[in-house]
Every structure is written in structure tokens, then in C-alpha cells.
Write a protein that binds this ligand. Structure first.
Ligand code: SF4
Length: 754
């Protein structure tokens, strides 16, 4: 059995006490979001109320899931913790590295060859540390999690933005960076700002061409790509109950497109049916016993405006199918207006490719509804005018839909089934096009549609819709076609209309699979060797960072004084560098190459006091490191904003940066620097930023008495020998000071094992 029943029992066993304690402390009825969050406090039952949108709170999630790209550095770091096993049930999913070229079988074989060292590492490290391993071809992380692990009232983190997909099964599931996964697997608390809660009340019932995808496409139009930031979106109402569990998953999945922390639905019959259908009857029995805690309190549903920070209402009976795009998922167009909008904006009306599936939309229901449209193309003597691909979300869905003849139906229409992997959704797509400079349109049932996302081509206009709408468009080959009202011309010149899609929520013969692709870890992994080739340029075992030397830091050189915006992408660029994300030394060659040097206004050009000239930032850092001279990075406001990628903190640490002194930090990056054993400091007086000159030497004083709430002092020695000094603040608590002294948080955990 892949899922962990004992863990679920333990979560439910504590729920009554934890929810009651929270209700008492908060002093009012609770939303579902609050019930789940308060049931997962690291401290146990609530000792006080947490203010939504304000309080930073430590949580204890139940599970961790990692995809193969982000898992590499997360697991290399986890190895540093010296633990025998991951502290919570965890899984790795090989889905992001498979490129779609010609079709499932051959693409999968190519991926095995090209990524062998990564797969061997992930398989062996998972085997050693009690982590479940889903091999290449097993499916996409979020679909596999929904089918196997998600459970109502649970809380999980995943190292991928669309982790919220599990909200379709009533779980608070949050996408995070690798460092967060390491914290949870190492048994440390996981910190999150207590989110606000947005309520979405769904009334009425969907019919015809409208599907759950249209709910989130509509919500994206209302809230825009930023509207959910810092909030959990909670769906409720009769419309929610009338919808399938997998449809709910689609809605939660795309909550990432509005910036929401996650999205969640209350436990209901659709979830019971899905759990039963995926052979988790025991979970239903357990969930039924605590069902009152798996939904908001009645008072919340009776008067939602009083309990949610924002309330949106959508009537499903009148909701039209939507098409969103191009270039952003919040450009939401009802189908009745879409043709006019395409013409008005002069977007290419000719559709070149329709792509269905992915983690967002490849449920049995999705595939049956799309297949019911594809079948009409064959039965009504129509020829599909655009290329058409199908990406099953998991081997279980692929096997079941193949068994039931659905994939054959797509093949008859001319469709190509791709591997059960991310493929074109993440740009792993060798698209066949005669002219990449031509403006062109594609439509997908995926979630993201930013420029270059699918095929790397800025000329591609990518639109997002439900699988059935995508299939209809692929048949028409024309974005100005409205399947609800327009006719198509058959091969023999007749005019025909497509009938409404028909779907089946769950397979009548049940789900089936021969080899789901799961490999359970060894009971005792102590003898398992982790496979890393010392000659690999993609993977490198980490060495623990050196502990603090016990003295003030003196004689540090300025590496860069960054000016203006400096995000984690400026500190550790993505793109081609992602190939090296499992190799700290190689990826460190991108360190701070996007940051602007305040002294010359250029990127990746800083003064190197050793060579007395200008050089690239990583090369300069390496010269100082070779000479055993520590360095300092100086930054502006909100330094380190953006994604939480841990490389942005690990690379400076690896290349000898001892302190980062800024006007202000983005909080997650500040914490990441602390975890890596660095000094994250802020100017007490922001104007002191201006004191720093290009050739300065820094002494950081006060470390022998490093205490919570006690500022440190910096003495600058300028080139002419003159000095300036200023005060720097910090936010280290006692535990974080211990990380600094041990050299990193993981060093400390390792020491504590002994
Ligand atoms: Fe992310 Fe797309 Fe893969 Fe889903 S299918 S996990 S959205 S890359």
C-alpha cells in the first residue's frame, strides 16, 4: 500500500482537541482552512489565536512530495541532516525531465538514457531514506498524489507550484521550495504566514459544455494573477457539492495561477466516491468519523461575508465555457465573446496544436468528455484540422482509459499519446514547426500560458481551456469557432454541429493498472549506497559548511553592492542553469550574475581587489575564496524577493560570502540565508548603504555575544585607510543563532543526532 494509514489515523485522532482549542482561542466559528491549519500547528493544540495575513506560524505538515527537478538539491541537503529516514511520509516523482518528441514509448526510453544519473541518484537516495519513488512514466506528481496520498483534512507541502491540486480531496497542499521540504523531512517546523481566507460560493449546477476548468478560468479573470497572494481559497456551496472530486482538483491546481497559497474544498460525497474508486475505503471510514471537522462550521456557510476576508459568488448554471490567454492565465474570455476578441487583437485564428491532459486535466472524467468530442469527429466524417496530443496524468489513468478504448478514439482522430509526464506543459516539447518566426496559436488544457512556456517560442500564443473545448478547437483548427453555436464542414461538404460533451466521473469497471510505477523504499536503508558519479556535472554530494570560528569576522571584502531590485532570479538565474541544480559548484557559476553593481550600473562585473580589475561575480568570489578571504554582499530593498529557491542562499555560502547586509529582506530569503549559516543583516540606518565603497574591507563585531534582539556593529575600512562604522540589525532567535554557530541548520540537526 502506497499511502500511510497510520499517519492519517494520527491526524484524525488529534483533530477534535485541536479544532476545539482553536475555536476557543479564536473565539468564533472556524473556516475549513483554519480547522486544517490549527490541526497542524507544530506546537500542538493552539495556545493562542493567529492573525490572518500577519502572524508567522510554525506548522507540521503530514507529507512531502518532490518532483525530479527540485528533488535533487532537496535530497542532497537532506542527506546532510544525518537522519536515517525522512521524518514524514515523502515521495519523489520523475515527471519533469521527459521530453515530448514523438510519442510515449520512445520519449520515455530517451529520457532514461539522457537522465540516467539523475534517476539513479533519486532512486537510490529515496531507497535509503524511506522515501517512495515513482519512476519515470509513472505519472505527474499532482495526479499521482491525488490518486494515492491526498486525504481530507490533511496538510502537505510539495516542491512544485501546482501542489494545491490535492485541495480537490480536501487537503491543504502548498507548493514550496526545496529548503522547505528539507525542513519537514528533517523534522523541523515549517513556517508560513497565516494566510487570509477567500471564500468562493458556488451556486447552481453545471451543464453542457461547461466544466470545472471554467470555474477557475472565471476566478482567474476576477482575481487576476496576484489576487490570491497570501490567501487560501475555500470553495463551498451546492455547486461545489455537485462537482466531481477530480474537477475540484483542477480548480485547486490552477489556484496557483492567481497566486493563492492553496485552495481547498470541504469533504463530500464526490471525495468519498473518488477515495473508494481509488481503493482507499479505509480513508473514507476514518474521514466519516471526523466529517464535521472537514468542513467549515455551519455559521460560516450561513453568513460567509462575516468570516471570509473576501467573498466571490459564481452561479454555475449560467457559467459559460472560458478560454484564457494568450500570455497570461487571467485574460478570461467567455466562449461567446472569444471569436470577436481573437479578431480584435489580431491573434492568429488558425490553431496549430491542441494539447489535452497534464496534471491539471487528465482525470477519467476529463478524458471521457474529450473523447466524446473526438468520437464525433470520426462519426461525423470530420478531419481534425490541428495537431492533437494527449498527456495522461498517470499510468493508472493511461491504462484505464486505454482499456476502455478512449485513447483509441483519440488516435482515430489523429491524436498522439505522449508519456505520462509534464512534457509540453513545462517546455519539454520538441515541437515540429516549419517556421518558428511565424506568429501562431496553440490551445491547451494545462494551467500556465506565459510566453515561451510550452515550446520556448515567443511567437506562440498559448490559450488555456477545458479538454473538451480544446478537442473541439483541434477539430475546427480555428479559434473563431464556437462549438456551442457554430457548424463544421464534413469531408463531403455537409454542415454538422458537435453535440455537447458527455463524461463519466469514475470508470464503471474501476481503475486498473499493471505497473503503476511505484517503488517502495527499503525497510532498512542503512546499507544502501547513494549513487552519485564523482565525475558528474549534474550532481555533486554536498559537504557540510564550516562552523563559525568563534570570533568576530574581520577583513571581509565587498563582493558586490547590488542596486535596486535583486530577486532570487538575479541571485541564482534559472533557464539553462537548471540543468546544474543538483551540482552546487557548477550552478554557483550563475551566482549574482543578474544583480546590478551599484558602482558601474552593470551586471556581472565587479571590482576584484585581488586582481585589481573587473571580473564576473562568481569568478571574483572564487578568487577570494581561494585566498581564504570571506566576502560581503550588500543589497537594497526587499533583497531576495521572488521564488524561494534555496540555491540563492547556498551559492553565496559555497563561494565564501559570510554576510549579506541590505536595506530590507524578502522574509523567505532571509530565513534561507540563516539556514545556510550566514549572517543576514539589515542597516539600522538605511542611509549607511551609501557609506560603502567599492574597495572596502568589513569587520563584523559583536558575534562573541550574538544574542536575540542585540544589534551587531560593522566597521568599514576604506582604501585610504579611513574608517566608518554603523549598526546592523538582525532577526535571529536563539535557535537560528545556533544554526549560525553550527555552520548551518542541517549541521545542527546532524550534531543533535549524535
Ligand atoms: Fe507543473 Fe505542468 Fe508538470 Fe503539472 S504538468 S507538474 S503544471 S509542469
Amino acid at each position: 500500500m502506497a499511502f500511510d494509514l497510520e499517519m492519517i489515523k494520527a491526524v484524525y485522532a488529534g483533530m477534535e482537541e485541536r479544532v476545539s482549542a482553536a475555536r476557543t482561542k479564536v473565539g468564533r466559528p472556524l473556516t475549513l482552512t483554519e480547522k486544517i491549519l490549527y490541526s497542524h500547528l507544530y506546537e500542538g493544540p493552539a495556545r493562542g489565536a493567529h492573525e490572518r495575513g500577519q502572524s508567522y506560524v510554525d506548522f507540521a505538515p503530514d507529507r512531502v512530495a518532490m518532483q525530479d527537478a527540485t528533488a535533487q538539491m532537496a535530497l542532497l541537503q537532506f542527506m546532510q541532516a544525518g537522519k536515517a529516514q525522512a521524518a514524514v511520509p515523502s515521495t519523489v516523482h520523475c515527471d519533469h525531465l521527459i521530453q515530448a518528441r514523438v510519442g510515449a514509448d520512445s520519449d520515455l526510453q530517451d529520457a532514461y538514457t539522457e537522465n540516467k544519473e539523475v534517476y539513479d541518484f533519486l532512486a537510490s537516495v529515496s531507497n535509503k531514506y524511506g522515501i517512495g519513488f515513482w519512476k519515470p512514466g509513472a505519472g505527474i506528481i499532482h495526479q499521482v498524489v491525488l490518486e494515492n496520498y491526498a486525504f481530507p483534512g490533511g496538510m502537505m507541502i510539495g516542491t512544485d507550484s501546482h501542489t494545491p491540486n490535492a485541495g480537490g480531496l480536501g487537503m491543504v497542499a502548498i507548493g514550496v521550495g526545496g529548503a522547505d521540504a528539507v525542513d519537514v523531512m528533517a523534522g523541523m517546523p515549517w513556517e508560513l504566514k497565516f494566510p487570509k481566507v477567500i471564500g468562493v460560493k458556488l451556486t447552481g449546477k453545471m451543464s453542457g459544455w461547461t466544466s470545472p476548468k471554467d470555474v477557475i478560468l472565471k476566478v482567474a479573470g476576477i482575481l487576476t494573477v496576484k489576487g490570491g497572494t497570501g490567501a487560501i481559497v475555500e470553495y463551498f456551496g451546492e455547486g461545489a457539492e455537485s462537482m466531481s472530486c477530480t474537477g475540484k482538483g483542477t480548480i485547486c491546481n490552477m489556484g496557483a495561477e492567481i497566486g493563492a497559497t492553496t485552495s481547498v474544498f470541504a469533504y463530500d460525497n464526490s471525495m468519498r466516491a473518488y477515495l473508494n474508486s481509488t481503493k482507499r475505503e479505509e480513508v473514507v471510514e476514518l474521514a466519516d468519523e471526523v466529517a464535521q471537522h472537514l468542513r467549515a462550521d455551519d455559521e460560516v456557510y450561513a453568513d460567509p461575508a462575516s468570516f471570509y476576508d473576501q467573498l466571490i459568488e459564481i452561479d454555475l448554471s449560467t457559467l459559460e465555457p472560458h478560454v484564457n490567454g494568450p500570455f497570461t492565465p487571467d485574460a478570461a474570455w467567455p466562449i461567446s465573446q472569444f471569436a470577436a476578441v481573437v479578431k480584435e487583437h489580431n491573434w492568429p485564428a488558425k490553431l496549430e496544436v491542441g494539447l489535452i491532459g497534464s496534471c491539471t486535466n487528465s482525470s477519467y472524467e476529463d478524458i471521457t468528455r474529450a473523447a466524446s468530442i473526438a468520437k464525433q469527429a470520426v462519426d461525423k466524417n470530420l478531419t481534425a484540422q490541428a495537431e492533437f496530443t494527449i498527456t495522461p496524468g498517470s499510468e493508472m489513468v493511461r491504462y484505464t482509459t486505454a482499456r476502455d478504448g478512449l485513447l483509441d478514439t483519440f488516435a482515430e482522430m489523429g491524436g498522439v499519446v505522449l508519456a505520462n509526464a509534464c512534457g509540453p506543459c513545462i517546455g519539454q516539447w520538441a515541437r515540429h514547426t516549419d517556421d518558428p518566426t511565424r506568429k501562431n496559436s496553440i490551445i491547451t488544457s494545462f494551467n500556465r500560458n506565459f510566453a515561451k512556456r510550452n515550446d520556448g517560442n515567443p511567437n506562440t500564443h498559448a490559450f488555456v481551456a477545458s479538454p473538451e473545448i480544446v478537442t473541439a478547437f483541434a477539430i475546427a483548427g480555428d479559434l473563431t469557432f464556437n462549438p456551442l453555436t457554430d457548424t463544421l464542414t464534413t469531408k463531403d461538404g455537409q454542415q454538422v454541429k458537435l453535440d455537447e460533451p458527455r463524461g463519466v466521473e469514475l470508470p464503471a469497471k474501476g481503475f486498473a493498472v499493471e505497473d503503476a510505477g511505484y517503488i517502495a523504499p527499503a525497510e532498512d536503508g542503512s546499507k544502501v549506497e547513494v549513487a552519485v558519479d564523482p565525475k558528474s556535472d549534474r550532481l555533486q554530494l554536498l559537504e557540510g559548511f564550516k562552523p563559525w570560528e568563534g570570533t568576530d569576522l574581520k577583513g571581509l571584502k565587498l563582493l558586490i553592492k547590488a542596486q535596486g531590485k535583486c530577486t532570487t532570479d538575479h541571485i541564482s538565474m534559472a533557464g539553462p542553469w537548471l540543468k546544474y541544480r543538483g551540482h552546487l559548484d557548477n550552478i554557483s557559476n550563475n551566482m549574482l550574475i543578474g544583480a546590478i553593481n551599484a558602482f558601474n550600473g552593470e551586471s556581472n562585473s565587479v571590482y576584484n581587489d585581488m586582481t585589481r580589475g573587473y571580473d564576473a561575480v562568481p569568478a571574483t568570489a572564487r578568487t577570494y575564496k581561494a585566498a581564504n578571504i570571506g566576502t560581503v554582499v550588500v543589497g537594497d530593498e526587499n533583497y531576495g524577493e521572488g521564488s524561494s529557491r534555496e540555491h540563492a542562499a547556498m551559492e553565496p555560502r559555497h563561494l565564501g560570502v559570510r554576510a549579506v547586509i541590505v536595506k530590507s529582506f524578502a522574509r523567505i530569503h532571509e530565513t534561507n540565508l540563516k539556514k545556510q549559516g550566514m549572517l543576514a543583516l539589515t542597516f539600522a540606518n538605511k542611509a549607511d548603504y551609501d557609506l560603502i565603497e567599492e574597495t572596502d574591507t568589513f569587520d563584523i563585531l559583536g558575534l562573541e555575544d550574538f544574542q536575540e534582539g542585540k544589534p551587531l556593529k560593522v566597521v568599514l575600512t576604506h582604501k585610504d585607510g579611513s574608517q566608518d562604522s554603523f549598526t546592523v540589525n538582525h532577526t535571529y532567535n536563539q535557535g537560528q543563532i545556533a544554526w549560525f554557530k553550527a555552520g548551518s541548520a542541517l549541521n545542527l540537526i546532524r550534531l543533535q543526532q549524535k
